[in-house]
Design a binder for this molecule. Structure first.
Ligand code: PBG
Length: 359
């Protein structure tokens, strides 16, 4: 046998294959790989969800290491300032409501001086160009832990809830919200909120609809963060233990298209799919069937999985997170809501390539 320089001994000697197409030629060097890279993602695509509470200290969330319930003054501003320093200029607010302010009809949702409303005003006063999104749904304020009003027999009342959501959206718009995001999955809420906002002089306020929101197990850590899980039955009343009469069945694909057509007709500006990675097919479905921007929510359970594996040393956190976010973009999402927004933007800027996961 003739010596082949650099080739390990024992490598089979074969004649070259007669291949007209060798895809590996386009992966030969970083330069060619970068030149033909199909998907780009930057901090401008990221939207940071934040949990706020009506106190001063930041309180860690056990099931989401590295994410805190932020004190609505100092902690919130600091966290937004940090994200903005790396180009993330969008934030969505989720309030932790103390039990004594929760009621069966959740009227704290439209208290003009509530925690979310105060937080919006503080953010817009401090960072006028920050894009402030809000969540529209009753669950943080509802003593039964549901996104809508629960009747004594356990039915989640649709049209009555929609009326409350309109009041909530108006109150948030009045405080200065740029975009309200109904996450409740009641029928007809996008159109009703659009009409209510327009009637009150808020035609400039956008709606990001949670269009295809699934009844998912991946929201667990979020419900820990806000103590907002459906509560157990109260004397003489039925409280459904899950949200399956309004959130979509994870088995369903076509149903997402039906929701998308309705939300688009009702005036949504952006449509969301939630959760993210388990539903890439649904993101692609909406992308291919609408000209609206699409958002994807990389939810609390997805964060928790990555963080847990990273803390065990089982995954390279930076690589795994950036690949996850890139995949959401590749599937068709323009906007990605992720608890990793600040950290990911820092990684995208080339910082901390070798950092250990932060608990
Ligand atoms: C509720 C709401 C939920 C999330 C966002 N808004 C939870 C739920 O539907 O029970 C979950 C977000 C996450 O898990 O990160 N309106």
């Amino acid at each position: 046998a003739t010596a082949r320089p650099g080739v390990p001994e024992g490598t089979p000697m074969v004649p070259p294959q007669d291949l007209p197409s060798r895809p590996r030629r386009n992966r030969r060097s970083p330069t060619i790989r970068q030149a033909i890279s199909e998907t780009r993602i930057g901090p401008e695509n990221l939207l940071l969800p934040v949990f706020v509470h009506d106190g001063e200290d930041n309180i860690p969330i056990a099931s989401m290491p590295g994410v805190d319930r932020l004190g609505w003054r100092h902690g919130l501003l600091q966290s937004v300032r940090d994200a903005r320093a790396y180009g993330v200029n969008s934030v969505v607010l989720f309030p932790k409501t103390p039990d004594h302010l929760k009621t069966r009809t959740g009227e704290e949702a439209y208290n003009d001086n509530g925690l979310v409303q105060r937080s919006i005003r503080l953010l817009k006063d401090t960072f006028p160009d920050l894009e402030v999104y809000t969540d529209v749904a009753l669950d943080p304020y509802n003593s039964d832990g549901h996104d809508g009003i629960v009747r004594d027999d356990g039915v989640i009342m649709n049209d009555e809830t929609v009326e409350c959501l309109c009041r909530q959206a108006i109150s948030q718009a009045r405080a200065g919200a740029d975009c309200v995001s109904p996450s409740d999955m009641m029928d007809g809420r996008v159109g009703a909120i659009r009409q209510a906002l327009d009637d009150e002089g808020f035609s400039h306020v956008s709606i990001m609809a949670y269009t295809a929101k699934y009844a998912s197990a991946f929201y667990g850590p979020f419900r820990d963060a806000l103590a907002s899980a459906p509560s157990t039955g109260k004397l003489g009343r039925v409280i459904p233990p899950n949200k399956r009469t309004y959130q979509q069945d994870p088995a369903n694909y076509r149903e997402a298209l039906r929701e998308a057509r309705l939300d688009e007709a009702e005036g949504a500006d952006i449509m969301m799919v939630k959760p993210g990675l388990p539903y890439l097919d649904v993101i692609r479905l909406l992308r291919d069937n609408s000209s609206l921007p699409i958002a994807a929510y990389h939810v609390s359970g997805e964060y928790a999985m990555l963080k847990a594996a990273a803390l065990q040393g089982w995954l390279d956190e930076r690589e795994a997170v950036l690949e996850s976010l890139l995949s959401l973009k590749r599937a068709g999402a323009d906007i990605i809501l992720t608890y990793y927004a600040g950290q990911a933007a820092r990684w995208m800027a080339g910082e901390g390539a070798a950092l250990k996961p932060v608990a």
